[in-house]
Each structure stands twice: as C-alpha cells, then as structure tokens.
Design a protein around this ligand. Structure first.
Ligand code: AMP
Length: 215
C-alpha cells in the first residue's frame, strides 16, 4: 500500500505513521527526518537544506525529490510505504506521480489530518524526543514517568527541534497554507483524498485512519 499522510506541522503525521509502521509493516518515509539527519551529518544536501529548514521554508524540490526517488527504490519499500511530509507542493506531487508510474506503482490513499492552529502550536511548542530511541514526549501532554528519564529506553538525553519555536512555527504554518494546501484539490480531483479529525486522541485518529485504509 502506498499512502500519503497530509496535514499541517504538528498534526500528528509522524505519530500515526509510526503506528502504521509497527502494526502493518509499512515503511515510514519522513523527508523531515531524512533532512534533519542530512543536516546533522553535514552532507551536501544537509548543508544546502539547513537555512530553509531553520526559517520554516521549504527546501528545494530537487533535493527532496532526489531523496525520495532514491529511498523508494530500496528493498524495504517493496511492500509499500507511508509518505510523511512529502509531497509538500504541487510540483513535488507531480514528480511523485511520475516516479510511481515509472515503477508501475499506484498511490492508494491520501489522508488529510485536520487540526486547528491553536492546538497545533501547543503540540509543537511543548514537544521533545529521547535522543537515544526517538520516543516522543510533551511538556504538558506526555511527560516521562520519571523526569528526564525515557520511559522506553532509560535514556537521559532529550532533544527539541530547532524549528519548534513560536516564530518559526508561524512561518511553517504560512508555508503550509500557501504551498501545501493546494495539494488538497489536486488529490481530491484524483479521488484519493480522505479527511480525518486530527483533534481527537491518538487512538481515535488511528482508528479513523485504519477505517479509511480498510486495514
Ligand atoms: P517536518 O519534519 O516534516 O516538519 O519538516 C521539517 C522541515 O524540513 C520543513 O519545515 C522543511 O524546511 C523541510 N522539509 C521537509 N519535507 C519537505 C519537503 N517535502 N519539501 C521541502 N521541504 C521539506
């Protein structure tokens, strides 16, 4: 199955993608994660992408399209994958269509997770992750049982994303509205778009997504 999770920053795409990955063996392809890794490793793409990421803008289509084209050719994508954070604009969606048709693959579903901006801001500003196992936490909604100790792996080092600050979040919302929202009519006209209420609890959203996917 090939699935795109769409939604504004903080809508819960990564959380739901990880659940689907664990329960259904689909691979999560997050361009944001791949780019953050490239930045951390100071690769050529990472060096080029960093300024746009810090400003809450999109990195060039060339970079992300190349990253995805390379990644979906890997063996672990054979049974399907979940695109999380890609495509982010219409040219990327067109590039994806071309890549898939070249490989004889078909996009099955695009699921839009809707959440209002006030809630998105609260979710983003408080979030942090365990540096060792990547488990996600939140200052208000999900603190570790013991302060500064990861529930999952016992790690004691945590990180916050550099772009999860109030100024950059506003820029990221604006980028979403102007560049990513035009994907809604694009996929609606192809008959693959479904909407779920991303304001609900994680379990409920997961249930709605499963219903759409029929899994
Ligand atoms: P995310 O983790 O999906 O919120 O992405 C973090 C940042 O990475 C974004 O604000 C963009 O700067 C960059 N990024 C991620 N995916 C894309 C994409 N498909 N196209 C362009 N930039 C992207």
């Amino acid at each position: 199955m090939i699935l795109i999770l769409l939604g504004a920053p903080g809508a819960g795409k990564g959380t739901q993608a990880q659940r689907l990955m664990n329960e259904h063996g689909l691979v999560q392809l997050s361009t944001g994660d791949m780019l953050r890794e490239a930045v951390a490793n100071k690769t050529e793409y990472g060096i080029k992408a960093k300024a746009a990421m810090d400003a809450g803008e999109l990195v060039t289509d060339e970079i992300v399209v190349n990253i995805i084209a390379d990644r979906i050719g890997h063996d672990d994508c054979k049974n399907g994958f979940i695109l999380d954070g890609f495509p982010r604009n219409v040219p990327q969606a067109e590039a994806l269509d071309a890549m898939l048709s070249e490989k004889g693959l078909k996009l099955d579903h695009v699921v839009l997770m809707t959440v209002d901006e006030e809630e998105l801001t609260k979710r983003i500003i408080g979030r942090f992750t365990c540096s060792s196992c990547n488990e996600g936490y939140h200052d208000e909604f999900k603190r570790p049982a013991v302060d500064n100790v990861c529930d999952k792996c016992g790690g004691t080092d945590f990180t916050r994303r550099k772009d999860d600050n109030i100024e950059t979040v506003q820029a990221r919302f604006e980028t979403y509205r102007s560049q990513t929202e035009p994907l809604l009519p694009y996929y609606e006209s192809k008959g693959v778009l479904s909407k779920v209420n991303g304001m609900s609890a994680i379990e409920e959203v997961a249930g709605e997504i499963k219903a759409v996917l029929g899994v």
